[in-house]
Design a protein around this ligand. Structure first.
Ligand SMILES: *Cc1c(COP(=O)(O)O)cnc(C)c1O
Length: 487
């Protein structure tokens, strides 16, 4: 590992530590406020981390979407952006980067990943269709269902296990795939979707072997395979680290192999290349023609697709950086460090470490809080009070109520702590780990939450809650006892 240009070095003590293979040249001021100010901020935000103002936040670990740090070369490229409604040179530079990196000839731009999903769904899905996938992403599911499709998550038994040593929890279960095709018939299955570094189950990758097997089944039945490549770099990196036969292959080549098994590749540029935007690529002209005319209708002309030319330039550069082993490994190696330390402290965390972030299992962290009082939301609020670090609830609050108004309890209650690329330092990461540990030692002080204002759709974005009982005061009192005047 140390010989591959990866930023993990062995210390004299034997400890393996991720070091930053970049230097910081532009900085943004952060605020680490007092615990009383943090308490006031989360109370005013209705105990919902989405409603916090970043001026009250120390480490913003809500998401990696649009929050990765850009490189000097990306910023420099923005200066050569060519403003033109049609035929912009910026677009042709991005097209050429996509052809090179993904190995696909036809390129359609879109303003975000979900816009690419809209176009794919409109072009290929008809009422009553079935769409098999390893796991859904929120916007994917919404667009596919809007077009009359039903999604089937055919993950393996390991996928939702919190503690696991399975290196590829994002794999598709081949038996379930064959059964689904037999049940619906290939004509009712417009495509199979594989999501790289499966976001909602903890950034877990699939293996190249699994992708090859899925492709063989798809081909046998004349079904196309679509790859959601938003987190493709990380999935390729995990294949290199975990799958036999790939340890000496550059990430760039692994990524090309994944794309070569896919008929269509789409992505959110907010993740894959640290800019805004998105797109769809294919080598198949017929598939391209089915989607092409939807781009001017929903996004913009074919050479900008709703993106600014400056972002298009930065995206081209960012794509190449995604295929650089030292760049792509930065976030996963920090996540692995954090997961390892948290796991060693006996704190329940999703293993093995994946892409995107560190996922704490709030259900066992807060065993005494029933799911009806939202343990993952309570843990997110408690961590903010104890550290100023903002995570995202991925549990029952992110779910919906059934037709009788009853909460549908989520499969898992996770607190996600995202590690956007090149954004946090190791001392910041160690501060986070320390405060998570402190909270774990005093977990019994944390109580549940209940809604005081609950929007009927996507309630996790704008809903407001309050603590059940005055547990925040007890937590603050204990914090002062243990840390005195320290922030
Ligand atoms: C973020 C994401 C999307 C949606 O992309 P946006 O650019 O946020 O619209 C789709 N799929 C996956 C796997 C993602 O992580």
């Amino acid at each position: 590992m140390e010989n591959n240009g990866m930023p993990v070095v062995k210390f004299f003590s034997g400890k393996k530590v991720p070091v930053e293979l970049h230097k910081v040249r532009i900085v943004q001021k952060l605020h680490l406020k007092t615990i009383e100010e943090r308490y006031k901020a989360i109370s005013e935000a209705g105990y919902n981390t989405f409603l916090l103002n970043t001026s009250d936040i120390f480490l913003d670990m809500l998401t990696d979407s649009g929050t990765n740090a850009m490189s000097d070369n990306q910023l420099a490229s923005m200066m050569q952006a060519d403003d033109a409604y049609a035929g912009s040179q910026s677009f042709y530079r991005m097209e050429s980067a996509l052809r090179d990196v993904f190995g696909k000839h036809y390129v359609l731009p879109a303003h975000q990943g979900r816009a690419a999903e809209n176009i794919i769904s409109q072009a290929f899905i008809s009422e009553g269709d079935a769409i098999p996938m390893n796991y859904h992403f929120t916007t994917t599911k919404a667009h596919m269902e809007l077009n009359g499709g039903t999604i089937f998550e055919i993950y393996t038994d390991e996928a939702l296990k919190i503690k696991s040593t399975n290196p590829f929890k994002g794999n598709i279960d081949l038996v379930k795939l064959n059964d689904l095709i037999a049940q619906y018939g290939p004509e009712r299955i417009p495509f199979i979707r594989m999501e790289a570094s499966t976001n909602l189950i903890g950034g877990q990758p699939f293996s190249m072997q699994n992708m090859r097997d899925v492709k063989a089944i798809a081909e046998k039945h004349g079904i196309i395979l679509i790859l959601d490549a938003s987190l493709i770099g990380e999935n390729a990196y995990f294949i290199k680290m975990r799958e036999t036969g790939y340890s000496n292959m550059p990430v760039k080549e692994i990524l090309r192999e994944m794309c070569s098994l896919s008929d269509i590749v789409y992505f959110s540029s907010r993740k894959v290349s640290s800019t805004r935007g998105g797109g769809i690529c294919t080598n198949n002209k017929d598939l391209y023609m089915k989607m092409r005319d939807l781009v001017p209708l929903y996004e913009g002309f074919l050479t900008y697709g709703g993106m600014s030319v400056r972002e298009i330039e930065a995206m081209a550069v960012g794509l190449y950086e995604t295929t650089d082993d030292t760049v792509i490994s930065q976030s996963p190696s920090f996540i692995a460090f954090a997961v390892d330390e948290i796991d060693k402290l006996g704190i329940p965390v999703v293993t093995p470490a994946g892409a995107l972030g560190c996922h704490i299992d709030a259900k066992s962290f807060l065993e005494h809080i029933p799911q009806s009082e939202y343990p993952a939301g309570a843990l997110a609020a408690a961590l903010f009070i104890a550290s100023g670090c903002r995570g995202m609830e991925r549990g029952t609050i992110s779910s919906v109520r059934d037709e009788n108004g009853k909460d549908v309890l989520a499969d898992v209650e996770l607190l996600r702590l995202a590690f956007p690329r090149r954004v946090f330092t190791l001392s910041q990461t160690m501060f986070l780990i320390d405060r998570v540990n402190w909270l774990y030692q005093h977990r019994k002080l944390i109580g549940g939450l209940r809604f005081v204002e609950e929007p009927p759709v996507l309630r996790f974005f704008l809903g407001r809650l309050e603590p059940v009982g005055d547990w925040p005061s007890k937590l603050i009192k204990k914090y002062k006892e243990d840390f005195g005047d320290s922030l």
